[in-house]
Design a protein around this ligand. Structure first.
Ligand code: 5GP
Ligand code: ZN
Length: 133
């Protein structure tokens, strides 16, 4: 069972921020910050890598609209847009969704740490460009 498919079907209640034929946006139950929203395709895809390009483009266009709306109406100063992809990256619900996390203060409860590695950049580049998928 997919919990987001059940929410989309209306079998599990949710606070709907936006809905159309293809997309649903709901308040995240955890409210990391006020207005934390999840935007998802109604069709079940495990992650964004699986989505057809046009559906992904429409989803992200709606994410942009909703981010503007949330920032303006909640008087946030910015936002983080986050797509956790696969368990290793913290994805816990295996139905593609985009987090909109409004930001009010640099010292709020959200933290992303980008620590440094001493990798050889040319080697990294060569590895990335090895094959065109
Ligand atoms: P992930 O870790 O997969 O990127 O994010 C899943 C998100 O879904 C989490 O932030 C979690 O709080 C949220 N979530 C899990 N179950 C429910 C639910 O039943 N309702 C709502 N609204 N959010 C949920
Ligand atoms: Zn699903």
């Amino acid at each position: 069972m997919c919990i987001f498919c059940e929410i989309i079907k209306g079998n599990i209640p949710s606070k709907k921020v936006y809905e159309d034929e293809d997309i649903l946006a709901i308040l995240d139950i955890s409210q990391t910050t006020k207005g934390h929203t999840l935007v998802m395709p109604k069709k079940h895809y495990e992650n964004f890598l699986e989505m057809p390009k046009d559906e992904y483009a429409s989803l992200m266009a709606k994410v942009q609209d909703l981010a503007k709306q949330i920032i303006n109406n909640l008087e946030a100063k910015g936002c983080n847009i986050l797509i956790n992809t696969n368990e290793v990256a913290g994805q816990s619900v295996m139905h593609c969704h985009v987090h909109i996390i409004p930001r009010y203060d640099e010292n709020d409860t959200v933290s992303f740490r980008f620590s440094e590695n001493d990798l050889d950049l040319d080697e990294v580049l060569a590895a990335i460009k090895k094959e065109n998928c």
